[in-house]
Write a protein that binds this ligand. Structure first.
Ligand code: AMP
Ligand code: ZN
Ligand code: ZN
Length: 364
């Protein structure tokens, strides 16, 4: 083994959109072993009599907001969260003291039962079902924004597995409607707006173009021979007609993958039915690749889309909505907490290649 391969990649990669979310890529042996998360034991049961999210136990949840289809044989439900982190009770006072500023914790917190089958994995759901699920996210997000103009951001996310913060085994997502735009979104939206003002291009579209077309050849100075060629599509994990799944160059998590619409779109609410159908296909195949490579990983995913409020009205051309999937295969350490630098021990190039090469069933 030569020195180079023993050292592996060791570099700090600056996130091109949010520089404060930069990453130390350290594949060198000296960084191992890290504490790693074991895959969660899969609960593959279809129905669990005591589970409040299973069919037949509808009375074990707070009021229902919607169900699809409208029958006892529902496949997806949205209910109020039994223990909301935000609510519409308006009895908190705005106490402000010195540096201790607070904003009223007004908002909504809802649970989406993603599928009537208790332990089904996302890659096992049909494309049609996933399309319906993405449609339900969109419908509810639109309803929430329309219901109250004080809401600034509606976050849709999913926790799967205890290492990803999940407390319920039944497959579910959550919606939290916030009275503020979270700082990481403010950074994404305002940094991409600055980029647009300078370059007259959306930075996300540019990243997609680079992922699809970037090619470079490195020649030996003396012999003129080709030493290295950086491939087209090096960061592409999956490509649909309308969506692409890419491995970010500065991935915080070893197996992190982002899915973006290929055609520029700032707001998830603008996605058409055809868009959501393709998103569902790309999502299913991406999750199947992750399952094939890391097997039953615990993960979070969440949607980033255009926020509301007058500060964010002019970002239609510069912001580009996307879904971030973050498998939780290692536990953040004091280094991460103390430095704010994420440590990633697998090079994104290698991870992308493994995901691309994963064998998927023919019918997927
Ligand atoms: P997680 O902790 O990510 O698994 O999300 C599960 C969510 O479901 C939590 O936010 C809980 O507050 C909520 N929850 C737990 N039990 C119930 C229930 N019976 N009805 C509605 N929501 C619930
Ligand atoms: Zn269940
Ligand atoms: Zn774009």
């Amino acid at each position: 083994m030569d020195d180079k391969s023993r050292q592996g990649v060791r570099e700090i990669r600056i996130n091109p959109i949010v520089p404060t979310e930069s990453v130390l890529i350290a594949t060198a042996r000296s960084m191992r072993p890290r504490q790693s998360e074991e895959p969660a034991p899969r609960d593959t049961r279809k129905h669990v009599p005591t589970c409040p999210f299973c069919r037949g136990n509808e009375d074990k949840t707070p009021p229902e907001i919607l169900r699809r289809p409208e029958s006892d044989e529902w496949e997806i439900r949205i209910v109020e969260n039994l223990y909301p982190v935000l609510g519409d009770d308006r009895n908190q006072s705005n106490l402000v003291f010195g540096l201790q500023q607070a904003i009223e914790g007004y908002g909504r917190h809802e649970v989406i039962v993603d599928h009537y089958q208790h332990g089904i994995a996302v890659h096992e759901m049909s494309v049609e079902h996933l399309q319906n699920l993405f449609g339900v996210y969109q419908l509810r997000m639109g309803q929430l924004y329309a219901s109250d103009e004080r809401l600034r951001y509606v976050l849709v996310f999913k926790n799967f597995g205890p290492a990803a913060g999940a407390s319920m085994a039944h497959t579910h997502s959550q919606i939290i409607a916030l009275p503020v735009v979270p700082q990481n979104l403010q950074d994404e939206v305002s940094n991409s707006r600055n980029y647009f003002e300078k370059h007259h291009h959306c930075i996300f579209c540019t990243l997609i173009d680079e992922a699809l077309t970037f090619e470079t050849t490195i020649y030996d100075r003396t012999s003129g021979e080709v030493v290295r060629r950086i491939n087209v599509g090096q960061y592409v994990v999956e490509r649909g007609e309308r969506f692409i799944a890419i491995k970010p160059f500065a991935s915080r998590y070893e197996w992190e993958v982002h899915i973006l619409p290929l055609h520029h779109q700032s707001d998830y609410l603008d996605a058409s039915e055809e868009d959501l159908a393709d998103l569902a296909r790309v999502m299913k195949r991406t999750m199947a690749r992750l399952d094939a490579v890391i097997g039953g990983a615990q993960y979070n995913y969440f949607l980033h889309s255009r926020p509301r409020g007058k500060d964010w009205e002019d970002c239609h051309q510069s912001y580009h909505w996307h879904l971030e999937i973050c498998p939780r295969t290692s536990i953040p350490t004091g280094f991460e907490l103390g430095s704010g630098l994420f440590v990633n021990t697998i090079s994104p190039e290698e991870a992308a290649e493994q995901l691309r090469n994963a064998e998927l069933p023919d019918d997927l």
